[in-house]
Design a protein around this ligand. Structure first.
Ligand SMILES: Cc1cc2nc3c(=O)[nH]c(=O)nc-3n(C[C@H](O)[C@H](O)[C@H](O)COP(=O)(O)OP(=O)(O)OC[C@H]3O[C@@H](n4cnc5c(N)ncnc54)[C@H](O)[C@@H]3O)c2cc1C
Length: 387
């Protein structure tokens, strides 16, 4: 049976998130983005409301509402602020869910409730200067030293690194094994030997800080390993399946915001004696924006619904939704720019921020090329995506 409607419970959650975003995020979002200001209090407040805990069971502080609820929330928050939607990955998918799926009972008890409540901020660190999409090119190492590991290396572009208490950090324990030699560590970000760069300058999402992490003989106990030594690449791919779903939802929220601004402008701006919304060429653009966003939303919901039905590792459907939603965001940012004319050219208006934010989706959480490759090699029968 197919049902395209959200449940009543999910619709109520959506309304809560919409109201929250309008009342508690919208009033300061422009100033926060301009000042590159990270709003930890808002993230904590979203923790109190249970926003970070949908795909996490109640026994670990979540609400167990599932993945569709997670994407609905993420979309609503991203509609007002892509920056404040980042923790749907860093608090939920890239840390809590990873620990839920691979952690020991003790790790789950220790970390997940504090991440879900946002008492602790989490980060997820794979990327290095020479390891972007090619994650196995990383050079960070973890060397066994008795009952500890010594972590050394430099991560880059890590969201919320400089404000995080907990990091899921990936490093080679056996470099000669390539992918099979990567391990994942749950790291206390205040340990001696860890330092971060200042906030990295970004085109968009400026209120979500990113930083390099410098690891200099950071000593972590063997109990900090998530999963087994050498299981890091598998854990990373499982995290990607979840994080890329969130990324698709974030792009859909950005698309909706672009539509909101365009509709408002098209029904207010008068030229040649009528609202510009009456011009057929403007209508053609608006029709495309609305339909493409709805298609991206449905792909994302289907992707989340599969996970709620227990198909957790739906890499193919995840790539389809992440790729499509990111491309739509970029395309309709261009459309919104055309509709809003000179107003859109002003970097000071909301539209300027939405345009900058929209370009980011194509790069993060696997670039569009990588997702096209996953979809095409699956279609061609060269490499099955869902393994
Ligand atoms: C704001 C921001 C936040 C981030 N947060 C995090 C985080 O929290 N944690 C983290 O670990 N990382 C994070 N990243 C890193 C992000 O995930 C990487 O930027 C992303 O993986 C892409 O890597 P890259 O930019 O080095 O691109 P590259 O891999 O260098 O790619 C450059 C270009 O080459 C293309 N390309 C590469 N390989 C192929 C191929 N095989 N076939 C076809 N085309 C290819 C790409 O599509 C792209 O167009 C963040 C980045 C940004 C900008």
């Amino acid at each position: 049976m197919m049902d395209f409607e959200l449940t009543e419970e999910c619709r109520a959650l959506q309304q809560t998130a919409r109201d929250f975003a309008e009342k508690e995020i919208a009033p300061t979002v422009t100033a926060d983005e301009r000042a590159h200001r990270f709003q930890r209090e808002i993230i904590a407040r979203m923790g109190e409301l249970g926003f970070w805990g949908c795909p996490v069971p109640e026994e670990y502080g979540g609400n167990g509402m599932g993945f569709v609820a997670h994407v609905v929330l993420c979309e609503e928050i991203a509609r007002i602020s892509c920056s404040l939607a980042v923790p749907f990955n860093t608090q939920t998918m890239g840390t809590s869910r990873a620990i839920l799926e691979f952690g020991t009972a003790e790790q789950k008890r220790k970390y997940i409730p504090k991440l879900i409540s946002a008492e602790w901020i989490g980060c997820f660190a794979v990327t290095e200067s020479n390891a972007g999409n090619d994650v196995a090119a990383m050079t960070a190492v973890a060397t066994r030293d008795g009952d500890h590991y010594l972590l050394n290396g430099t991560k880059t572009w890590v969201s919320l690194a400089q404000v995080a208490e907990v990091g899921l950090i990936f490093a080679y324990t056996t470099p000669e094994l390539k992918h099979g030699g990567i391990s994942a560590f749950i790291v206390d970000m205040n340990l001696p030997g860890i330092s971060c760069s200042p906030d990295q300058e970004k085109l968009g999402w400026r209120a979500a800080p990113t930083a390099e992490i410098y690891l200099d003989d950071v000593s972590v106990p063997v109990s900090a390993l998530l999963g087994n030594p050498g299981q890091g690449f598998e854990i990373m791919l499982r995290c990607f399946d979840n994080m890329r779903l969130t990324a698709a939802a974030r792009a859909v929220g950005n698309c909706q915001a672009l539509i909101d601004v365009s509709l408002k402008y098209a029904t207010q701006r008068v030229q040649f004696g009528q609202e510009i919304g009456h011009f057929q060429m403007v209508q053609e653009v608006i029709a495309r924006m609305v339909v493409e966003t709805e298609a991206a939303r449905l792909l994302t919901y289907r992707n989340a619904n599969q996970k709620d039905r227990g198909v957790l590792h739906n890499t193919l459907e995840t790539s389809m939704s992440k790729y499509f939603a990111s491309e739509v965001a970029s395309r309709i940012a261009d459309d919104a720019f055309r509709i809003t004319g000179a107003y859109g050219c002003s970097g000071q208006q909301r539209i300027g921020r939405l345009l900058r934010d929209a370009k980011m989706h194509q790069v993060l959480d696997g670039s569009s090329n990588i997702h096209k490759m996953i979809v095409a090699t699956d279609a061609l029968g060269y490499r099955r995506a869902n393994r």
